[in-house]
Design a protein around this ligand. Structure first.
Ligand code: HAM
Length: 427
């Protein structure tokens, strides 16, 4: 037998049993973003490598270790997008979306990072993101956070996610903090692990992110970012906190929240859960006022977030078992004999015209009635419709309930749609 070919490690197939869950999640997300007036943007999955280096930052884990970068046939360096923000800014600049304009955008699609795969962490994963441009906030910061909170509400998981927020201040304030932090870390260098020592020189703020308890203990006495904020950022942050409280959103200020991408300033936030093990950040984002200009556009303030769809689906599965099961066919249509098969095909088509929201599955492949009804049952359908030569001659069908307490009945073609509509609705 020929050797089978497997999917790339960390890249998952979405099989029919789970695609229904994904569709439900995506549908709810589309509804929620529409209710806030955000518009969809779709950008290519491949961009020039330069875009991510210049936006995410040369000394970040993503750019240093995780990008899928390759040369195309022209010798150009291309990268599979590891995130969506840089592409949004690139597209906005290229098509003049930002100049003297406000934009509220959203996107959904696959992203690629060569990380070590584990539960909730994959090499191809999917993000839903929103990005708002041309608004200085903090009202817009609150809006994007409220939008994310509405998603948790829609999925019944408000109790299972917690919001952490922080402010990184202006670039100057962050630089001042960086210096103070490096000074502090240098004094405690012998207690730091190798990774933190390396970060101390390349990207010191990321030391705050260390998962090592010993490093975290050292950081207990480290200077706090919030103490170094410039006056405007302080004001922005306190307004944000005030408005979140007014909106009834609970949050925790985490002065060590710094995020792994370089483009942020001022507000940063993460929604975290305890229910997913190590990969507990379901959604994350913040303000990135400098990026549009940094990528060649006229300055435009910006804020947004991205949500990991795999993590959201995993969380939903752990919270309510079976909640995401495949939506079964509702009506299974069986036919016996050549003539009935052809009548069943037409009947199914006209029923789909009359009841566009109902799911019909037509039996294919023949077989006796026992076999067909077995299939009908396996499909999860609520009722089976049976057509034989008598039914075709009389323009009737036999309706056999499969999952509802009713007796079998004979129904005329003409009243079938109305009967099905009331049965399926009543179920
Ligand atoms: P990020 O924190 O790198 O931010 O990713 C956002 C979310 O994507 C994470 O919180 C997580 O849920 C999900 N995610 C990231 N990497 C993986 C992975 N390997 N496997 C599964 N899920 C993953 C950004 O990407 C920013 N662009 C967010 C943003 C938008 N900031 C402003 N606007």
């Amino acid at each position: 037998m020929a050797k089978t070919i497997q999917a790339i490690r960390g890249m998952n197939d979405c099989l029919p049993q789970v695609s229904a869950a994904w569709q439900r999640v995506e549908g709810t997300i589309r509804q929620v973003v529409a209710s806030y007036g955000y518009q969809e943007i779709r950008t290519p999955i491949v961009e020039s490598t330069e875009l991510f280096k210049r936006s995410i930052g040369e000394v970040t884990d993503i750019v240093e270790k995780e990008m899928y970068t390759f040369e195309d046939r022209n010798g150009d360096s291309l990268t599979l997008r590891p995130e969506g923000t840089a592409s949004c800014v690139r597209a906005g600049n290229e098509h003049g979306l930002f100049y003297n304009q406000q934009q509220r955008l959203w996107y959904m699609g696959p992203m690629f990072r060569h990380e070590r795969p584990q539960k909730g962490r994959y090499r191809q994963f999917h993000q839903f993101g929103v990005e708002a441009y041309g608004l200085e906030g903090p009202d817009i910061d609150v809006e994007v956070i409220l939008l994310s909170a509405r998603l948790w509400k829609a999925f019944g998981m408000t109790q299972h996610v917690k919001l952490q927020i922080n402010s990184l201040g202006s670039n100057e304030a962050r630089q001042a903090y960086r210096d103070a932090l490096v000074q502090f870390l240098t004094l405690h260098e012998e207690k730091l692990d190798e990774d933190s020592r390396r970060r101390m020189t390349t990207n010191p703020l990321r030391v705050l992110d260390s998962k090592n308890p010993q490093v975290q203990a050292v950081l207990e006495d480290a200077p706090s970012l919030l103490d170094c904020l410039d006056a405007e950022s302080k004001e922005h942050f306190s307004k944000l906190c005030e408005r979140l409280s007014q909106a009834g959103i609970q949050y925790e200020v985490n002065p060590r929240l710094v995020r792994g991408l370089d483009y942020y300033n001022r507000t940063v936030f993460e929604w975290v859960t305890d229910s997913l093990g190590a990969q507990g950040t379901v959604c994350a984002g913040g303000r990135y006022d400098g990026l549009v200009e940094q990528l060649g556009g006229k300055p435009s303030p910006a804020v947004g977030f991205a949500l990991g769809l795999e993590r959201l689906v995993l969380l939903l599965e752990t919270l309510e078992e079976g909640a995401l099961e495949l939506a079964a066919a509702e009506v299974y249509i069986c036919a016996l004999g050549e003539e009935a098969e052809s009548a069943a095909l037409n009947l199914a088509e006209s029923l789909r015209d009359e009841l566009p929201h109902c799911k019909f599955m037509l039996h294919c492949g023949g077989g006796n009635m026992k076999k067909q009804l077995k299939r009908a049952d396996k499909s999860g359908a609520t009722v089976a419709l049976i057509l034989g030569s008598d039914e075709v001659a009389n323009r009737t069908v036999t309706l056999k309930p499969l999952r509802i307490e009713q007796s079998q009945q004979t129904i005329a073609f003409d009243s079938l749609a109305a009967t099905l509509a009331s049965l399926i609705k009543a179920e």
